[in-house]
Design a protein around this ligand. Sequence first.
Ligand SMILES: Cc1cc2nc3c(=O)[nH]c(=O)nc-3n(C[C@H](O)[C@H](O)[C@H](O)COP(=O)(O)OP(=O)(O)OC[C@H]3O[C@@H](n4cnc5c(N)ncnc54)[C@H](O)[C@@H]3O)c2cc1C
Length: 394
Amino acid sequence: MGYHLAQRGRPCLILDAGDRIGDPWRQRWDSLRVFTPARYDGLPGWRFPASGWSYPTKDEVADYLESYAARFHLDVCPGERVERLSRDDGGFMVAAGERRYRADHVVVATGGYQAPRIPSFAADLDPGIVQLHSTQYRNPSQLSDGAVLVVGAGNSGGEIAIEAAAAHHTWLAGRDTGQEPLRAGGWGDRVLTPPFWFLLSHVLTVRHALGRKVRQDLSHRGLPLARVRRKDIVAAGIERVPRVVGVAGGKPLLDDGRTLDPGTVVWCTGFRSDFSWIDLPVFDDEGNAMHDRGVVAAAPGLYFIGLFFLYAGNSSLIGGVGRDAAHIAAHITAHQAPHVAEDQALSIAEHQAADVDTRRAPNISGLPVTLTRSNLRLLRSIRRRGARGPSPGR
Ligand SMILES: Cc1cc2nc3c(=O)[nH]c(=O)nc-3n(C[C@H](O)[C@H](O)[C@H](O)COP(=O)(O)OP(=O)(O)OC[C@H]3O[C@@H](n4cnc5c(N)ncnc54)[C@H](O)[C@@H]3O)c2cc1C
């Protein structure tokens, strides 16, 4: 988003709750690699620096995102968690801790994987059972003695179950999510991936009936297995069991009436959105943002990006987000406010000036707060002053 706004002369501030760019990737489990080959892991303007058919590690992805922000001089403010977004005099007020930002345009880029989704009955499990969500799992050293129950048989569940099975009896509970036709990385996959990516980008979009059907189907179940194959799960000695539907006597209860006795339960049950900090009437009854390709009609100036199937099947993937960002940047440019009062820009500019010497590695993603060209000039002049120290009388 920052790249495409800068391309159109519309720089932005990027507020990010994290300490360091790429932290959502760094914090995933140690052995994770992307399931998309490097040639489809590039953001606009700079391809992923690895062999096109390699599968970067999660830390390599994080480092790429960090380097990307530095390369394009994106103005990122780490450690700025936005706690409230509301309307303010025709624009928006963004509250982050003690700071207030006023913006004509706000793009919510907080990701499609915000809050762990864990069934409420998990609270009734025996307290002696260690429970982790996939976002908390790093490696098998966290697993307690005894058997492991992995709940959710999508990609996260499959990968974590295989690691657990090396030293524990492991159950993998949940519906089979299917698997991609070929193993990632093989020659067949190299042949099939380009047409599949084309399909994801141009056919499976919300403009086509097929795309809408696939979006509907996939929003209620895990994605097909990509790196892990069904036969890997069998070869690892993992026992497939039905869905976990509740708790009986402190133990997980399966759909077939059996209870299990695990030492650890790993919830690979996905994520839910958390937009509780957005104080605007832009959500449907299920809490989903109502938008058309990221543009929110009910709150002009507000945009979402990076959501699952925002526009196409690859909208929430690194290699697919650029097109949506270009669309939103074009919309912002076309609906540019004729004037943004200088004092509004000043609050942003002062923030920048204060940060100029102390900022650590910039952080990507978050909430771009857009500025106009004139405000950027003002910002730069204040920034120069900030770098020299405050001028007398200021
Ligand atoms: C296990 C797993 C594997 C994946 N594998 C792949 C893959 O192989 N290939 C692929 O393309 N994609 C993959 N994805 C999807 C991947 O996460 C996205 O492609 C991409 O990283 C999402 O980027 P994002 O910036 O939209 O969201 P995120 O990377 O989640 O970043 C969101 C940012 O918003 C910040 N934030 C959140 N709330 C606030 C707030 N209130 N105020 C300020 N900041 C806030 C967070 O600190 C964070 O830095 C995977 C996802 C998961 C969960």
